[in-house]
Design a protein around this ligand. Structure first.
Ligand code: ATP
Ligand code: MG
Length: 475
């Protein structure tokens, strides 16, 4: 009850002291202080229809308990741009422990950044307590709630504050917009509404130190520029290239998640272009980057990546499923193939063991940048192995290959390779025709092969030993 009263009082007090500043900050100005502006319902045109019921329920529940509760961040940005938000986040002055108590389905999560997850079926609403920037805390609080390392990187971020503090610690101005379900207004503390209308991505505060605090913000800049078709404000863009190597200090599991957001959200081609332009691709895929730089490159690596990303965007636009296994198998194929060929040439290894060894080495190096979970790395290996098996179609093999679980993905990669310019003697077309053919045409296709494609292995010389019984399947 006391909490309810004190919250209500602080709200009244705050709304009296904030001034409703009119319009716009000059393009080059750095946002360092909160300047509250209200955008009313008739100005912003967010349709209530598109507001997520569960997120609204969470905000109301918080408000009914005497706390503040706003929908915030990307969901409001996307709604204002008439896009469907990916997820809904709620911001509140309730501490995580207090918020968790209010929801039967609430779960307190995180250590580095404590928050509450409220689950409604498959829907997940994230409830985060208003955070303050790290400069506003006392020395003592440094250890317990927030922590920054020498380079300025934030290691723990549990320093709580007001809504104004919270707005200023967010990344881009367009991500610092709050929607209040009670008055239906959008609260803008960082001039995000103007930037949104201009299509500008502007880092709040000093861009260089904000990237140093959390280098992942550089990847977010690339992602939002691609997703929203926004330009990055020059002052927010210029520190990115020199600071890009800082991404190497980020946990590979987090970088894997960010890589998926960049490459599997329907704007992969544009994200890739932004990553290359901002020199952020190298920290995510160092081996691919290294190969792209080589002057003696004799495989269509760039084209294959481009086609794989186009394919991913197209599938997502058609609401088809995509898997990280396929995308990573495609992006990392040429580094793997090249290493395999080197092992065959230099270590005289047979192709299949050479491929296994190359796959081990390439994946081991890649997981240092983006931690690919095992549930994806196993199919990646299988898709690669199938690249060696797909040329061998004689006898029963073609039918057996088609029944294998990775056939479809392996065939798709083969198709991409050939469409990108690798010469495989029409192998992918053969497989396309074979899948479309009826049983008797399939037989004809296989018989046609046996005349031209001699089995690779030389016939064994007749020995004096008795012939071993062969299994029916192999004949
Ligand atoms: P989307 O959900 O479309 O990927 P988003 O902006 O909602 O984009 P989230 O990762 O869902 O991104 O984060 C929600 C909000 O949290 C952001 O809009 C931003 O205000 C804040 N935020 C997220 N990550 C950071 C970060 N690294 N630094 C500062 N603020 C962040
Ligand atoms: Mg979001």
């Amino acid at each position: 009850m006391l909490k309810t009263i004190s919250n209500a009082l602080s709200k009244v007090f705050r709304s009296q002291t904030t001034d409703l500043a009119e319009d716009s900050t000059p393009e080059s100005e750095m946002i360092t202080t909160a300047n509250k502006r209200l955008i009313t319902e008739d100005q912003h045109n967010i349709s209530k229809r598109y507001l997520d019921d569960n997120a609204l329920k969470v905000a109301y529940r918080l408000q009914d308990a005497g706390f503040e509760g706003y929908l915030v961040g990307g969901c409001i940005r996307d709604l204002l741009l008439d896009k469907k938000p990916k997820d809904f986040d709620v911001a509140t002055d309730a501490h995580p422990e207090e918020a968790a108590e209010l929801f039967r389905r609430g779960r307190l999560i995180g250590r580095r950044f404590k928050l509450v997850h409220v689950r409604y079926g498959r829907d997940l609403i994230e409830v985060a307590t208003f955070r303050a920037s790290h400069d506003s805390q006392s020395e003592d609080a440094e250890n317990e709630h927030g922590k920054q390392c020498d380079s300025g990187m934030i290691l723990r971020d549990n320093v709580y504050g007001t809504i104004e503090d919270d707005a200023l610690r967010r990344d881009f101005t367009v991500n610092a917009l709050y929607y209040c379900p009670k008055d239906h207004c959008v609260y803008d503390f960082a001039n995000g509404y103007e930037d949104l209308k201009k299509g500008v991505l502007r880092m709040i505060g000093n861009p260089e130190s904000r990237y140093k605090e959390d280098p992942v913000r550089m990847l977010r800049a690339a992602r939002f520029a691609a997703k929203l078709d926004f330009t990055i404000d020059p002052a927010s863009e210029s520190p990115i290239r020199p600071l890009a190597p800082m991404l190497k200090r980020i946990a590979p599991a987090r970088l894997f998640d960010e890589a998926l957001k960049l490459l599997q959200s329907g704007h992969a081609v544009k994200s890739y272009q932004q990553l290359q332009r901002l020199e952020l691709f190298e920290p995510l895929f160092p081996q691919v980057h290294e190969l792209l730089q080589r002057s003696d490159l004799d495989v269509p690596l760039e084209k294959l990546i481009d086609n794989a990303l186009k394919n991913t965007d197209r599938r997502l636009a058609q609401r088809k499923s995509v898997t990280p296994a396929f995308l990573f198998a495609a992006i990392l194929w040429y580094p793997t193939q090249r290493l395999m060929q080197q092992l065959v040439r230099e270590k005289k290894m047979p192709p299949l063991p050479a491929l296994h060894e190359a796959a081990n080495q390439v994946l081991a190096a890649q997981v240092k940048s983006t931690a690919i979970p095992r549930r994806f790395s196993t199919p990646i290996r299988e898709i690669w192995e199938m690249q060696l098996r797909l040329p061998r179609r004689q006898g029963n093999r073609a039918h057996r290959l088609m029944e294998m679980p990775r056939f479809r993905a392996a065939y798709d990669l083969l198709l991409l390779r050939e469409n990108s310019g690798e010469n495989l003697n029409g192998l992918s077309q053969w497989w396309t025709d074979f899948q479309n053919a009826n049983a008797s045409s399939q037989d004809t296709m296989i018989n046609g092969l046996e005349k031209t494609d001699k089995p690779r292995r030389p016939r064994r010389r007749k020995s004096n030993r008795p012939r071993q019984e062969r299994s029916g399947n192999d004949s």
